[in-house]
Ligand binder design. Structure first.
Ligand code: NAD
Ligand code: IPM
Ligand code: MN
Length: 359
């Protein structure tokens, strides 16, 4: 049977609470479909680790997990303990960059049984993929604060768009569009951000020319946000820079009822490094420790992981499909957590889904 080593990093807050439910679902799926998973449980990459060691991760973190087949990640961040930019640049953002996970694939889907906050939308009306650039763009550490404490104080932070990085994310997205509905929207802001974004548009036009069968348009990020709310049914694949993709990937899932459902794959499509799978949401300190977080984003992320490991085929694909079917059944019949109007706990929802996967 197939055997995979998975580095398991729960992180902080509800990351620690939803991870066991992700593993419970994976255990049920792997048993049923004959996939062997060896978990490497990681107790670093958390704010408590930072408070003890003065850093988020040990110096040999890359050697410890670099040989894993994939990384399953909960969430990191507890701003009362450690400033967010320290904890995130010391862990998650490091993984994305050092493991060259240049695609962040984030589906948004409105499921049966889940009311959308948008009037009149029913299951199936919202079903699109956000392809977010994940290693460069607006997320840079190029810049600094100058003349600090004087009247001339200013801060400068550069955005970096490489030709290589831009072309590869656009190509990935157009490939995906070609396999789906053959239509794609490119998020831009070339009216206001008048150097980098017109350049991004030009790269999009060049890549689009390689895909004559894919219908494409570009939309400025402001109206694109409005259309996510007003006409979400018109989207199938949306490709965006790092920051715009971040914003769209909370907005899209919010339109599908709750961000507690939204999964993501931080992919290294070249498979030189492990890819990382995690909920889109964060560590939610406001609800942490109460067993009320929705575990579905974690469970769906784990399913995406299996599908990626199997290249979209084989028992891994079957396991993914069974996990998603169990999620869909749970959304229709319950039990549900509070973000979906239910009263059930994280554990109860996770157990109910794992039972359905095992069946
Ligand atoms: P968040 O996603 O943690 O929470 C936003 C809101 O959504 C909160 O009210 C929270 O209770 C709710 N929520 C989130 N996940 C939920 C779930 N599974 N079930 C039910 N409700 C859920 O975003 P935030 O409040 O901006 O950030 C909190 C911390 O998490 C910060 O430290 C932030 O930097 C970090 N963060 C980490 C990641 C990550 O590790 N990938 C992602 C986003 C935010
Ligand atoms: C996400 C998160 C991260 C991001 C933060 C925590 C740095 O919001 O994964 O969407 O901006 O990428
Ligand atoms: Mn985000």
């Amino acid at each position: 049977s197939k055997k995979y080593r998975i580095a398991v990093i729960p992180g902080d807050g509800i990351g620690v609470e939803v991870m066991p439910e992700g593993l419970r679902a994976l255990d049920a799926a792997s048993r049923r479909f004959g996939i062997e998973l060896e978990y490497q449980h990681i107790d670093w990459a958390s704010c408590d680790y930072y408070l003890e060691h003065g850093k988020m991760m040990p110096d040999d973190w890359k050697a410890q997990i670099g040989g894993a087949d994939a990384i399953l990640f909960g969430a990191v961040g507890w701003p009362e303990k450690v400033p967010d930019h320290i904890s995130l640049w010391g862990s998650l953002l490091k993984f994305r960059r050092e493991f060259d996970q240049y695609i962040n694939l984030r589906p948004a889907r409105l499921f049966e049984g889940v009311p959308s906050p948008l009037a009149g939308r029913k299951a199936g009306d919202i079903d699109f993929m956000i392809v977010r650039e994940n290693t460069e763009g607006e997320y840079s550490s190029v810049g600094g604060i100058m003349f600090e404490g004087t009247e001339r104080e200013f801060v400068l932070q550069e955005s970096v768009f490489t030709r290589h990085g831009t072309e590869r994310v656009l190509k990935f997205a157009f490939d995906l569009a070609q396999q789906r509905e053959k239509k794609i929207t490119v998020a831009t802001k070339s009216n206001g951000i008048g150097i980098s974004m017109p350049w991004w548009d030009a790269r999009a036009a060049e890549v689009a020319a390689l895909y004559p069968d894919v219908k494409w348009d570009k939309q400025h990020i402001d109206i694109l946000c409005a259309r996510f709310v007003l006409q979400p049914d018109r989207f199938d694949v949306v490709v965006a820079t790092n920051l715009f993709g971040d914003i769209l990937s909370d907005l899209g899932p919010a339109c599908t009822g709750t961000i507690g459902l939204a999964p993501s794959g931080n992919l290294n499509p070249d498979r030189k490094f492990p890819s990382l799978f995690e909920p889109v949401h964060g560590s939610a300190p406001d609800i942490a420790g109460r067993n009320i977080a929705n575990p579905i984003a974690m469970i769906w992320s784990a399913a995406m992981m299996l599908d990626f490991l199997g290249n979209g085929q084989g028992v891994e694909r079957e396991a993914h499909d069974a996990m998603l079917a169990a999620v869909q059944a749970a959304l229709k019949e319950g039990p549900l957590t509070g973000d979906l109007g239910g009263k059930a706990g994280t554990t109860e929802v996770g157990q109910a889904i794992a039972r359905r996967i095992a069946a």
